[in-house]
Design a protein around this ligand. Structure first.
Ligand SMILES: [Zn+2]
Length: 1120
């Protein structure tokens, strides 16, 4: 009997291996054995079915590095070795066909798998095919959902699932998402998971108030709509686990635990079966009170458990056996059995419950009243930035491998980078919640992978330039540290070539900053034409970045016009050692709101004389003393609470007050002039002037200045930036750096909690404002800048470029001073006069926008002890506020925490330096140091001011969001040996694809198998009558001809036709739009049924609003 089974198994295995090796497309089921839902224990819905789910939670790096965890090294930090877990579990599963186990993190599974003997591999195949070992989640890591970007989430699922598919075939396809540890859950992730064909999602951590209410109301399981525009196809069953992911108290049988084993020898004085079984039954009965169906899922495992799996299984065997005996004997109608999340989900589905619905997300996550896990949205900002760069590089090399028609063996380095980026998505990597030495290891891993993968880019660039892959490369294509304004190649060359890759499918105008020494430079475009450039001195705070090793004193700035998936080179010559200076240093002045209040105070008498013009309410209040010194211990709330000035009843605007006071002051000191608009705004027409006339603050002063281009005027006076003036509207604007001071305590109770890597817990309810000192103005043909520094080691450059419709805030933050022994969290506030009524929008993983509202949560009544941290939300790419005419959006270059804590305000946290651990496990203070000093971060925001009703501006905004995420990648090569004429003969302008129509984005282009590629096209517009967009895939690329396509699910591991979407009964219909419905309950129509599938005509495909379509495409290279 045994031998027959064995032989038939090995034949099946052989088939699987052959198919697995030859094909990376979704496999058809060649196995006759039962796996998946078929392998589940039959449940009787008349009794309580207790699904015992043995599992281990293996962080892909946290307190130890990935390798340390895998090998079980450094066990003094944490007793954890993944190789022993998998070894041990497989042995124990093999012992008894009833036992089940799930595995989640493909990164670790793969490390283990490639080291196994044939014998072990055969056993694992059998276990998988019989459903005894099931993969859940199955991505490379269990990704974070706050800081991660949807492109990287999709990539890391694709990568993990491809490995499982190639190795095991359909039995290894995970059916449920398993996000048991991430600290909050995004709506976009739910939408992605649904599009990947998953049937359900399980969560470990939801807000304690939310959980309390759900437990009480039996609403732990729900149908979550991932995206309103996608509708039903984005729905996914979502269940919150009872006990996060731990075993019930007293039932941890791991070698790391101290709970009592089940002792079943009645002759032993320690015999405990009766009491243990009784207590377990009670636990189960309690749990089941919170769940709708007669099924409960009991998680049996914890972090890095099952290194000695026998301990667990021996005791679980007994627990199951004796509980079932007792149940049968006493008629208790309870049944325990080994199960998996898939089997639990199937049992719930079969009992056909009516589910509550959910349309918002699970942010922010609080584990108790003083623990809002919103600090990690910003923790380790430089790691978060590097991760974004890693994605840029990954997309570029994937594109170039295909477009360049390069050799297949490059897949080795491509895969290395995919793995590194998969690791970076882990919920202790991109989140910044790992130990310092682990953070360094992540950087090492990613940096090495990027460097290795760049061989692909260099091959492609060389092949393109010389039209021949075999010719000796002319250039080195060096990667530079542009973020520190450092680039040895351009600094040390008299002539050099800048090569730029544009990873998006449309034409992009990108400002390029090349670090150079002082001098005069000429920049030549591929057609040999000299183009306008500008030499700008590097601000002192950038030069002082401790990790910067550069002689560069200036940046050469020019605007590059880049083609869709284009490679473009520019030739740059240094013509003289002396530069023509563009920098104009203006007088130093302090420009901060506190100084303003100081002025106010100094002019108090005049305020009293305002009776004629000012409503008396303004001066009824005591105007506070504006003293604010960082090192002075002041009660910030009391001293500078601007709210004191606001009359709540009358909604008096501080800006308005400021205006009146300022004007009055000017009058008094005799400097104000009447508004001569025509004189001040020679470029505006009559209509625009009329618009301006209604604006409050158009009074020109002697010390005012402007940054100005064809799109906008940025008005500045001695309080810094004051207005953004567009042709059709003017917005009050103030950019101001502040800092919060972090709470510290002994973490013994909730009120003694410190702000740390996970949680944000400021000491005050108003941040400390920093005092700006103007440190120069730059004016030139390409770029105009206003520069300011603070004495708290933060500096801003406010910048506009010719021809670009956004405004850049470039900042250098750090070292954050801690001489006062107080940890600090630096934020920037953008204060405007937009009337947003406490509402703001943050993006979900860089994609859909979700409405947020102060003092509220959509699904439960909020009690809040942390009024600041409790309103912080993850900002992956964008945060915005808006009213009827104006939307102000801030686009970020990495994930940050953000909020809108006051009317018209947007706040983003830039950097954190904290001196205490917050006691959530990492065991270290978040005190990053580089070169012996507090870590300095540099980043930028793009500020956009659009009319939210103007469809053209909305599309342009969305494109800019994508461009900000997928930034052009710049390489620099010395060209001392390649003179200009030789360079001119090269192919310096390569166009990878034709311009995509507005509304479409090429999300993925990567090699898949030898003759196929993976293609994802995304529609990024909101749903409307004409939001479905058609594209002919045979005409997208210039040198790649798509021959045929077959559509897969989002993660490319199943054919889309093979997926059957589950339907559930729901308590109430979804609304058409969460954002419209939030705070307008019942005024928004219920969601309509979908209009149906988009219709395709062979390669001419249609993509509906917000849809991402994924194809495996056969192709051939053609001459472009
Ligand atoms: Zn974890």
């Amino acid at each position: 009997m045994m031998s027959i089974i064995k032989r038939s198994m090995s034949i099946t295995l052989l088939i699987l291996c052959v198919v697995g090796l030859s094909s990376s497309v979704p496999l058809n089921d060649v196995s006759s054995q039962k796996c998946g839902y078929e392998s589940c224990t039959k449940v009787n819905q008349d009794e309580l079915n207790v699904h015992i789910v043995p599992h281990t939670h293996d962080d892909v790096g946290w307190l130890k590095t990935v390798d340390q965890y895998y090998y079980g090294s450094r066990n003094n930090i944490q007793k954890a070795g993944v190789q022993y877990i998998l070894d041990s579990v497989i042995k124990e599963l093999w012992q008894d066909p009833k036992r089940r186990f799930i595995y989640v993190e493909t990164a670790f599974f793969w490390m283990w798998w490639i080291r196994q003997s044939d014998d072990v591999r055969h056993k694992v195949h059998t276990l998988v095919r019989q459903g005894r070992l099931q993969f859940v989640g199955g991505a490379w890591s269990m990704n974070d959902e706050a800081a991660s970007h949807y492109q990287s989430t999709i990539d890391q699922f694709t990568w993990g699932l491809k490995k499982l598919n190639e190795t095991f075939g359909p039995c290894a396809i995970p059916r449920v998402g398993w996000q048991i540890d991430p600290f909050g859950h995004s709506r976009e992730f739910a939408s992605l998971l649904a599009a990947m064909g998953y049937d359900g999602l399980f969560l470990g951590r939801i807000d304690y108030q939310d959980k309390r209410a759900r437990l009480k109301q039996k609403r732990m399981e729900m149908l979550w709509r991932g995206d309103d525009d996608l509708g039903k196809s984005s729905d996914i069953f979502t269940g919150a686990l009872y006990n996060t992911y731990s075993p019930p108290p007293g039932f941890c049988f791991d070698v790391l635990c101290d709970d009592e084993p089940i002792i079943d020898d009645p002759n032993s004085p320690m015999f405990n079966v009766e009491t243990r079984v009784a207590s377990f039954i009670e636990i189960c009965r309690n749990m089941s009170k919170s769940y709708e169906t007669n099924n409960i899922l009991v998680t049996m495992g914890e972090d890095f458990q099952y290194q000695d799996a026998a301990m667990w299984f021996i005791n679980l065997d007994k627990l199951i056996q004796y509980t079932n005996i007792k149940s049968a004997r006493d008629g208790l109608k309870i049944k325990l059995f080994y199960s998996t999340p898939d089997c639990y989900l199937k049992a719930v589905k079969d009992s056909n419950p009516t589910l509550p619905t959910k349309q918002d997300d699970f942010f922010p996550y609080a584990s108790d009243p003083t623990a809002y896990w919103t600090g990690y949205f910003t923790s380790r900002p430089t790691t978060k930035f590097f991760e974004r760069q890693g994605n840029d590089y990954l997309q570029m090399v994937k594109h170039l491998q295909v477009l360049g028609g390069l050799e297949e063996h490059n897949s080795f380095v491509l895969n290395e980078l995919k793995s590194a980026m998969g690791v970076m998505q882990h919920h202790d990597a991109i989140t910044g919640t790992e130990k310092q030495h682990v953070a360094h290891d992540y950087e090492r891993l990613l940096d090495a992978a990027v460097e290795d993968a760049l061989i692909v880019a260099r091959q492609a660039f060389n092949k393109i330039a010389q039209r021949d892959a075999l010719k000796q490369p002319l250039f080195s294509y060096d990667r530079c540290r542009f973020n520190e304004s450092s680039c040895p190649t351009s600094e040390n060359s008299r002539q050099f070539v800048v090569t730029i890759y544009n990873p998006v499918g449309w034409m992009v105008m990108e400002p390029i900053h090349v670090p150079v020494l002082d001098g005069t430079y000429e920049v030549y475009a591929p057609n040999g034409e000299k183009i306008t450039s500008q030499l700008v001195d590097i601000p002192e705070p950038v030069k002082k970045i401790p990790t910067r090793k550069s002689k560069a004193s200036h940046e050469l700035v020019f605007i590059a016009k880049l083609h869709p998936l284009g490679v473009k080179s520019f030739y740059i010559k240094k013509t003289s050692k002396i530069s023509k200076r563009d920098v104009v240093n203006t007088n130093e002045y302090y420009g901060n709101i506190n100084d303003y209040w100081k002025n106010l105070h100094d002019n108090f008498v005049e305020i009293h004389n305002l009776d004629d013009t000012v409503d008396h309410k303004f001066k009824r209040e005591q105007i506070p003393l504006p003293i604010m010194k960082v090192d002075a211990k002041v009660n910030i709330e009391k001293d500078i609470n601007a709210d004191i000035l606001k009359d709540k009843d009358d909604n008096v605007d501080v800006e308005e007050l400021e205006r009146i006071i300022k004007e009055t002051k000017l009058e008094t000191i005799g400097k104000a002039r009447s508004l001569d608009k025509k004189l001040n705004y020679p470029n505006l027409n009559e209509e625009e002037l009329r618009m301006l006339a209604d604006e409050a603050l158009v009074v020109e002063r002697a010390d005012e200045d402007y940054l100005e281009n064809e799109y906008m005027k940025i008005r500045m006076d001695n309080t810094g930036v004051t207005h953004m003036i567009l042709p059709d509207r003017t917005t009050n604007l103030k950019v101001q750096l502040h800092y919060w001071t972090g709470c510290y305590g002994n973490n013994t109770n909730t009120h003694e909690r410190s702000s740390g890597a996970y949680i944000f817990r400021p000491q005050t309810t108003v941040p400390y404002a920093m005092t700006y000192r103007n440190s120069g103005t730059v004016k030139g043909p390409i770029v105009q800048e206003y520069r300011a520094e603070t004495k708290e080691n933060a500096a801003s450059v406010l910048r506009i470029y010719s021809g670009l419709n956004y405004f850049v805030h470039d900042f250098v933050v750090g070292p954050i001073p801690i001489e006062d022994k107080v940890g600090k969290e630096y934020v920037v506030r953008y204060d405007t006069n937009v009337v947003n009524n406490g509402e703001f929008y943050t993006d979900s993983n860089g994609r859909q926008m979700l409405k947020r509202k102060l003092n509220e949560r959509p699904q439960w009544n909020l009690t809040l002890e942390e009024p600041i941290a409790g309103y912080y939300y993850p900002v992956t790419n964008k945060i915005s506020i808006q009213d009827e005419q104006t939307r102000i959006s801030i686009l970020t270059d990495r994930s940050e925490g953000g909020s809108s804590l006051e009317e018209g305000n947007i706040e983003l946290m830039l950097h954190r330096r904290l001196l205490h651990d917050d006691a959530f496990g990492v065991g270290e203070a978040l005190d990053e140091v580089a070169e012996g000093k507090g870590l300095v971060m540099r980043g930028h925001h793009k500020l956009l001011n659009i009319n939210p009703k103007n469809a053209v501006e909305v599309i342009a905004e969305r494109k800019l969001v994508i461009q900000t995420h997928l930034q052009p990648i710049v390489f620099v090569s010395n060209s001392d040996n390649v003179d200009f004429d030789t360079w001119m003969k090269l192919d310096n302008c390569f166009k990878g694809m034709k311009e995509l129509p507005n509304g479409l984005h090429l999300l993925t282009l990567e090699p898949w198998t030898k003759d196929s590629l993976l293609l994802r096209i995304e529609n990024y517009v909101d749903k409307s009558n004409d939001s479905t967009i058609e594209i002919d895939l045979s005409e997208v690329f210039n040198n790649v001809k798509i021959i045929s396509i077959k559509e897969t699910t989002l993660a490319a591991n199943r054919w889309v036709d093979d997926v059957e979407k589950w339907t559930w009964k729901v308590e109430n219909e979804f609304s058409e739009s969460f954002n419209l419905e939030y705070n307008n309950f019942n005024s928004v129509p219920r969601a309509r049924a979908d209009a149906g599938e988009a219709t395709d005509d062979r390669l001419k495909i249609q993509i509906k609003a917000k849809q991402i379509r994924t194809f495996i495409a056969k192709y051939e290279m053609v001459a472009s």
